[in-house]
Design a protein around this ligand. Structure first.
Ligand SMILES: Cc1ncc(C[n+]2csc(CCOP(=O)(O)OP(=O)(O)O)c2C)c(N)n1
Length: 552
């Protein structure tokens, strides 16, 4: 008697659907409740990156999604495995990076009662995702996977979460099901009357300024942005997450905005009567901070509607694909603006270059970033962690290309640096990848050094060593004139690196930073560079910006 060929189980179908979505990596940790998925992955084209903490997996998927525009995928088991995903997943969701998280779940037959490690994961992930669901029948796997990826990758991108109960995962299908066709939605084309309205407002402006957000990078609209700014002669400022959307070397580039204190770029905003917000996202930089008096005319260009905010009331909303809207608006404008921003730009450049050759030790943030930029090529990738170092990077690190300076500024979760660098190197194997991290943020996910070494992923980790939660001390000093509960001790980072089999260097003179960094990239492995930083510069910056007189 011949036996009928067996049909795949739901876990095998899920993996086929993931392949159909073009998934090349899954970051995660195996567990009991995802045994079937893990086993099915063994026969797939997908590379599984086994990490050391689910938070690391979620941050890797986060940065993978941000750099590629394709959803990064992470996998965990139920209960504690899934809760460990939360921070990295929420970071992706609020930084508008596409991510799909899949967690095993206990059997549906024990969902109705208290049961070992079981939490309502769908509801846990609801407030931090665009889509959160559970596979309750094998037959709906193709729809759920397609919807999860479609939602995660559509503007504004974010998170999809899939809970996969173990009894469903090993249930055999009753009929053969294929994955659904992948169709990526295209951004709508903005209506002609809105394009014309924007052109009119810009033509009538006395001093228009452009504020660029991360939507420009996601929309691959850099060439359109440069052409638009050049034709109209309008200066461009960018948020932290949009660094590189406009090359810093461009004469119309004003660098980054977002430091809450009034900064040089803020002088441009003070003077502006029209702000053209392109791909701007207020999770990054609250409009109250740059539009306190609500007197300016705002134009919003984005594929999605603007968030409602009392300080972000629009004169015109141009909803549609940014890269196609910009040349259409430019074509209708007739005025070439003549505002001079050379003085403002020069003051920004002078500020960047100050202390570039200062040999004091511990090293000043300005000098560290100057030397780092000198060593890194324009196409290399820097991932910032979160802390005072991030503020300095955002202000001073000059970026020429999109996706070469990755800063988390939506959710702004510490601990993204090391796992983010691992993902960046997987995406860009031919480029140097550096993370600059505080000593506290580093210790939050330093375990992933072992992951990087196991998969031969060469990254350089520069730790700004101050033995403090530097940003919080800065805030405390500013607000109260004193600080507390912000200090800790560090391990010997060189010995720490070596204990993993990585390399470690401690910089002991400012003059050695360039050669140490060059050596670290040449080592082509995981390298820690321990850099003692002089954070007395933080309060000096606050005081200086407090007294800032606008240069024009
Ligand atoms: C996961 C997480 N916990 C806490 C915070 C709040 N926070 C922001 S920066 C910071 C201190 C960072 O210290 P460190 O990593 O040493 O960097 P530094 O500020 O010294 O450059 C803290 C506690 C956060 N953003 N994310």
């Amino acid at each position: 008697m011949s036996t009928l060929p067996t049909l795949p189980n739901a876990a095998e179908l899920l993996v086929t659907c993931l392949e159909n979505e073009g998934v090349d990596y899954i970051f995660g940790i195996p567990g009991e409740e995802n045994l079937n998925v893990m086993d099915a992955l063994r026969d797939s084209s997908i590379t599984f990156i086994t990490v050391r903490h689910e938070q690391g997996a979620a941050f890797m998927a986060d940065v993978y999604g941000r750099l590629t525009g394709k959803a990064g995928v992470c996998l965990a088991t139920l209960g504690p495995g899934a809760t460990n995903l939360v921070t990295g997943f929420a970071d992706a969701n609020m930084d508008r990076a596409p991510i799909v998280a899949i967690a095993g779940q206990g059997a549906t037959t024990r969902k109705h009662k208290e049961s070992h490690q079981m939490l309502d994961l769908v509801n846990l992930f609801k407030p931090i995702s665009k889509y959160s669901t559970e596979i309750i029948e094998p037959d709906i796997v193709p729809e759920i996977v397609r919807k999860a990826f479609k939602d995660a990758e559509a503007e504004k991108p974010g998170g999809s979460f899939i809970s996969f109960p173990e009894n469903i995962a090993h249930t055999e299908l009753t009929t053969l099901l294929a994955p659904l066709k992948v169709q990526r939605p295209m951004a709508a084309v903005a209506p002609e009357e809105k394009i014309a309205q924007a052109a009119q407002i810009i033509d009538a402006a006395r001093f228009p300024i452009i504020m660029v957000g991360n939507g420009v990078i996601r929309g691959k609209a850099t060439p359109a942005l440069i052409a638009f700014a050049e034709k109209l002669n309008i200066p461009v400022a960018q948020t932290f997450m949009a660094k590189g959307a406009m090359p810093f070397s461009h004469p119309l580039s004003l660098g980054s905005v977002g430091l809450q204190a009034h900064d040089y770029v803020g002088c441009g905003f003070d003077r502006a009567d029209v702000v053209i917000c392109i791909g701007f996202d207020m999770v990054e930089y609250h409009p109250r901070l740059w539009h306190p008096n609500k007197e300016k005319k705002l134009i919003h260009l984005d594929p999605t509607y603007a968030e409602v905010d009392a300080h972000y009331i629009l004169e015109a909303g141009i909803i549609g694909d940014i890269a196609t809207s910009l040349p259409r608006i430019a074509a209708l404008t007739t005025v070439k603006h003549t505002n001079k921003v050379d003085n403002l730009r020069q003051s920004i450049i002078d500020e960047l270059d100050r202390y570039a050759t200062d040999n004091a030790f511990p090293i000043k943030p300005q000098r560290i970033l100057h030397d780092t930029r000198h060593v890194m090529h324009d196409e290399d990738v820097l991932i910032s962690d979160v802390g005072a170092h991030k503020m300095w990077i955002a202000r001073l690190f000059r970026c020429q290309h999109p996706n070469t300076c990755i800063i988390s500024n939506g959710f702004a979760a510490m601990g993204i640096g090391v796992p983010g660098a691992i993902a960046a190197k997987l995406v860009n194997p031919e480029k140097n990848v550096l993370t600059i991290t505080g000593d506290a943020g580093f210790m939050m996910n330093s375990q992933e050094i072992e992951t990087a070494l196991r998969y031969n992923i060469a990254i350089v980790i520069m730790i700004w060593n101050d033995q403090q939660y530097g940003l919080i001390k800065w805030h405390q000093d500013r607000r109260f004139g004193r600080s507390g509960h912000v200090s800790f001790n560090n391990p010997d980072f060189v010995m720490y690196a070596e204990s993993f089999g990585a390399k470690g260097y401690r910089v002991e003179r400012a003059e050695d930073l360039v050669s140490t960094l060059q050596q670290a990239f040449a080592d082509n492995t995981v390298v820690i560079v321990d850099v003692p930083v002089d954070y007395s510069e933080n309060m000096k910056l606050t005081e200086k910006l407090g007294k800032l007189v606008c240069p024009i």
